[in-house]
Design a protein around this ligand. Structure first.
Ligand code: WTA
Length: 653
């Protein structure tokens, strides 16, 4: 049973926006106040007005929200529009020559693509999809490197109403096969390879392997030539991108779809079980990305917006392929690893392309922090005006480094809480108004009814008392279901409180100022001597120690305490022999004791070269839990970034 979760983290530093930033921000305090008030007074009307002003409709909607089949909500359902039209065509009258995409490959090749060119390429490729028999509602899997054609492929699907499912290029053949089969996809778009970490990622070879054992839904494979190394092409099934588009028109009338027409599926692994195909809508989803581009990222016409996420993740959907284009922005796209040729690559890209807004994940920030201040200090980062983070709670130490060394204390940091399922940012500061605190994602955005409740569903009003993070009202960019698994949609997100709330699966608390602090996933909560502790706070204390780069804590059954905390730690220096170091362990235990209290002291610490992470950088604590309790790993580990680390953690190497 879920009980209240105790909070032990104290963080009182407050960072208001600089006067410079506040004065030029598009949302000021009065505007934000008005948005909150409208949303509070009339939730539906608030969203209806935004949907009218922010989206271009082919047929306007009259009905804002249909809750007849709750928790299956339908937004703007009698309206018609096209997402690709909203992202591209509507900017052509005054922005045809504006750069939509700045691309740099890992090897340093660059391309600038204007809105007019993006329009031509998207239309031509949409025509190619049609020529291959793809029609509205068909599923298309995209398994691509991070190159502009990945975005063009997504936009082309949207243009003809095909439902895309992007599979991250780092996933295995097995993971690709499962996703193709689950969605009964008809067509796969891939590449001969991509450049990453100085090597070629063999996408086509993986795709071939996946297709050997796939069901027979999949008929066609379109292959982009990116690396030009040898791959095998299967006659009658595989076709080169250039051949598929050869001679086709660069005009393609958009297919006008219903607001609720699925735009895409995106598989998310969650913490247990097989990946779920999260379904997103067209209008509501796009609206969520647009308003957050404006509120959270303070979008300006001259921004160079760089979200480092791959299009294989929701962040790469909402803040690379859709949101920034829908507001007519310029995005930066980088193909490769942050460490090629060295750990200064991100900062070189920011300098070269004059990036103004930089959005990345805590795991990347921690890794870059580890390489020392001298690396970023070599580059001119003065173009950056706003920084963002997403994906995990950011520990205050990494936050401060981001603030000082990258933002030079000038740039607000937007710590954005959201999920694949929520489609767009839900809790995040509006940067010209809301003062930030290191480690807090601050306040829920207007129209997003976030709350923290106890196990009975009662709102927790005592400051700093932890509970379950829920959403009390439907919002336009929410997921519409789990592909092919109705029961799982209800069970995973709504069952706990009888369809009353959307349950995010995270634990959180709110402080005296009403700021949200995410404490970890509910499944990961520790239970020590009757106290329920989130993983985030203990890990954050460990990472604050100068010797530690990363930490993950899990509970191990303990006769006396219920659970004892076992910490897995990655050090700045070399891993101690055998993964143990009694002296350092003593020091770290006392350190945690001083930082947050004796209750949180790990009973033991193991040192590793790395932690088991998903490819999007999230630590898989459930695997560590299995290892900690000495059980055999039976879970699916195919989505791990570094499967081999499991051997080290199990003491098998
Ligand atoms: C976690 C990524 C703390 C959280 C957009 C959530 C965060 C899960 C934050 C969703 C944040 C995401 N602070 N935790 N700013 N952002 N999370 O689906 O546990 O890959 O439930 O979506 O990441 O991960 P997903």
């Amino acid at each position: 049973m879920v009980q209240n979760i105790d909070s032990i983290l104290q963080e009182n530093r407050l960072f208001p926006p600089t006067a410079d930033f506040a004065n030029s921000a598009s949302i000021n305090a009065a505007k934000l106040q008005a948005l909150y008030q409208q949303a509070e007074e009339h939730h539906e009307g608030f969203w209806a007005e935004l949907a009218r002003s922010e989206l271009a409709w082919k047929k306007p909607f009259n009905k804002t929200l249909n809750s007849d089949h709750a928790p299956h909500y339908r937004w703007f359902e009698d309206g018609k529009l096209n997402v690709s039209y909203n992202c591209i065509d509507r900017h052509l009258p005054d922005k045809a020559d504006k750069t939509a995409i700045i691309f740099e490959g890992e090897q340093g090749d660059t391309r600038h693509i204007s809105y007019a060119e993006l329009h031509q390429e998207t239309c031509r490729f949409a025509n190619a999809l049609k020529a291959q028999g793809i029609a509205s509602g068909d599923r298309v899997v995209i398994y691509m490197p991070m190159v502009p054609e990945a975005i063009i492929a997504m936009q082309a699907c949207a243009r003809i109403g095909a439902i895309h499912s992007v599979v991250f290029g780092g996933f295995s053949a097995e993971a690709l096969k499962d996703r193709i089969d689950d969605a009964s996809a008809k067509l796969l778009i891939t590449a001969d390879g991509g450049h990453r970490g100085g090597k070629i990622v063999e996408l086509k070879a993986a795709a071939d392997k996946a297709l050997e054992s796939c069901g027979d839904s999949l008929q066609t494979v379109i292959v982009l030539k990116r690396t030009a190394h040898d791959v095998t092409m299967k006659a009658g099934r595989d076709i080169w991108w250039t051949d598929a588009t050869q001679g086709l028109s660069d005009e393609c009338e958009p297919v006008w779809v219903d607001a609720e027409h699925p735009l895409f599926l995106l598989y998310t692994s969650g913490s247990t079980g097989k990946p779920k195909g999260i379904v997103h809508s067209s209008a509501g989803y796009l609206l969520g990305t647009i308003v957050t581009m404006k509120w959270v990222f303070d979008h300006r016409a001259d921004d160079i917006f760089w979200c480092t996420a791959d299009v294989g993740w929701i962040t790469g959907h909402s803040y690379v392929a859709y949101g920034p284009l829908a507001v007519g922005g310029t995005i930066m796209v980088y193909e490769g690893a942050p460490t090629v040729p060295d750990t200064g690559r991100f900062w070189q890209l920011c300098e070269t392309h004059k990036v103004t807004v930089f959005y990345t994940a805590p795991t990347a920030i921690r890794a870059l922090m580890k390489s020392g201040d001298e690396v970023p200090n070599r580059y001119d980062l003065s173009s950056i005006r706003l920084l963002g983070t997403v994906g995990e709670p950011i520990n205050p130490e990494a936050w401060m480094w981001y603030h000082m060394v990258i933002g030079k204390t000038r740039c607000p940091i937007v710590d954005t809480w959201w999920q694949t399922e929520t489609g767009a940012n839900m809790i995040a500061p509006v940067p010209g108004v809301v003062a930030t605190k290191p480690g807090s994602c601050t306040r829920a955005l207007p129209g997003m009814a976030l709350d923290v409740v106890d196990e009975e569903g009662n709102p927790i009003t005592t400051p700093n008392k932890g509970g379950l993070l829920v959403v009390r009202k439907p919002w336009p960019s929410m997921l519409r279901g789990v592909w092919g698994d109705e029961a799982r949609y209800i069970e995973a997100y709504w069952g706990m409180f009888n369809n009353r709330y959307y349950v995010a699966g995270d634990s959180a608390r709110r402080d005296e100022d009403g700021y949200f602090w995410i404490m970890g996933r509910i499944d990961d909560v520790l239970n020590v001597s009757g106290h329920r502790l989130g993983t985030m706070e203990v890990e954050s204390a460990l990472v604050a120690h100068p010797a530690v780069v990363e930490a993950a804590v899990v509970g191990r059954p303990d006769e006396i305490k219920g659970e004892a905390i076992l910490a897995y730690v990655v050090l700045k220096g070399a891993r101690p022999e055998g993964g143990k170091d009694a002296t350092l362990t003593q020091e770290l235990r006392s350190w945690v004791g001083e930082q947050i209290g004796a209750i949180a002291k790990p009973s033991d610490i193991r040192y590793a070269d790395n932690l088991p992470k998903t490819r999007s950088g999230k630590i898989m604590r459930r695997l560590l839990r299995t290892i900690a309790s000495g059980e055999e790993i039976t879970q699916d580990t195919s989505t791990l970034e570094n499967e081999t680390i499991l051997l080290q953690l199990q003491g098998k190497e």
